[in-house]
Design a protein around this ligand. Structure first.
Ligand code: CTP
Ligand code: CA
Length: 243
């Protein structure tokens, strides 16, 4: 077997990593999205590749080079990401959801560009309900809930083999409580909580300050590290979960 890179402790493993943010169309030129550079997810994919894993990287739109030696599947919306994840995990050992999935999407994306002038364009077509323009110049968008990909996986009993599941949580407050809640609600093996209010952590940065929450209650505060180092630390934990 060909093993790329130094460690090889993921040789023979099939892993799925999601990265970037989803984009939910409002009309052909606009979207609702989450902030995410994709750097953390791409670092996770490259680290797994270097350890010998077969890597499927499911990525929202990002401006990062295509990593060598991983299977890249590009998606835009949460619905597309869900379909890609559900199909990829059927024969995977590990899923790491580092993508920033938009929680809501416009109920009916307009088929034509919405014009800012009231009644100034076709905007939503017949029967569509994208949003409402009011006479005071305001516009309100109707959003509906997206599927919770990890949440639905937690309910799925019929996966052909045990899937180690890792989630991320970008929090601005009550990090510990929110992280513990998500770990249990989504039945994760590991939750990586990220305080995005820090300037050395989170969106667009090359470093991250994370706290790991394990299913057995153990909590690990990691120091500020490059995202590549955080990726290595996460795979170290996953490797011990797999053995
Ligand atoms: N996630 C997911 N599907 C969604 C939303 C989030 O699978 N529709 C995943 C994320 O990729 C992440 C984890 O769930 O790994 C936690 O995401 P987060 O947005 O922090 O959790 P939510 O359950 O959406 O809660 P909230 O945004 O209200 O904090
Ligand atoms: Ca969310």
């Amino acid at each position: 077997k060909l093993v790329l890179g130094k460690k090889g402790d993921l040789a023979g493993c099939r892993v799925v990593v999601t990265a970037g943010g989803t984009q939910e169309p409002i009309d052909p030129v606009r979207y609702v999205g989450n902030r995410s550079s994709g750097k953390m997810g791409y670092a996770l994919a490259e680290e797994a590749r270097d350890r010998g894993a077969h890597v499927v990287l499911i990525s929202g739109p990002v401006s990062l080079p295509v990593p060598y030696g991983v299977e890249l599947r590009r998606v835009e919306t949460a619905a597309q990401m869900q379909a890609a994840v559900f199909s990829a995990v059927t024969n995977a050992d590990v899923l790491i959801m580092s993508a920033a999935v938009a929680d809501f999407r416009p109920a009916h994306p307009a088929s034509q560009k919405i014009k800012k002038r009231l009644g100034g364009g076709r905007g939503a077509g017949e029967g569509e309900n994208t949003g409402e323009q009011a006479t005071d110049g305001s516009f309100s968008l109707h959003l509906i809930k997206n599927p919770d990909i990890l949440g639905e996986l937690a309910q799925m009993q019929d996966l052909p083999r045990r899937l180690v599941r890792v989630g991320f949580a970008a929090e601005t407050e009550n990090v510990v409580e929110n992280a513990k809640d998500k770990l249990h609600r989504k039945q994760l093996d590991l939750l990586v909580a990220n305080d995005v209010t820090r300037s050395d952590s989170g969106f667009g940065t090359n470093t991250n300050k994370v706290t790991l929450f394990h299913a057995n209650g153990v909590m690990e505060d990691l120091p500020v590290m490059p995202k590549t180092g955080v990726a290595a630390a996460i795979w170290d934990r996953v490797v011990s979960l797999l053995s």
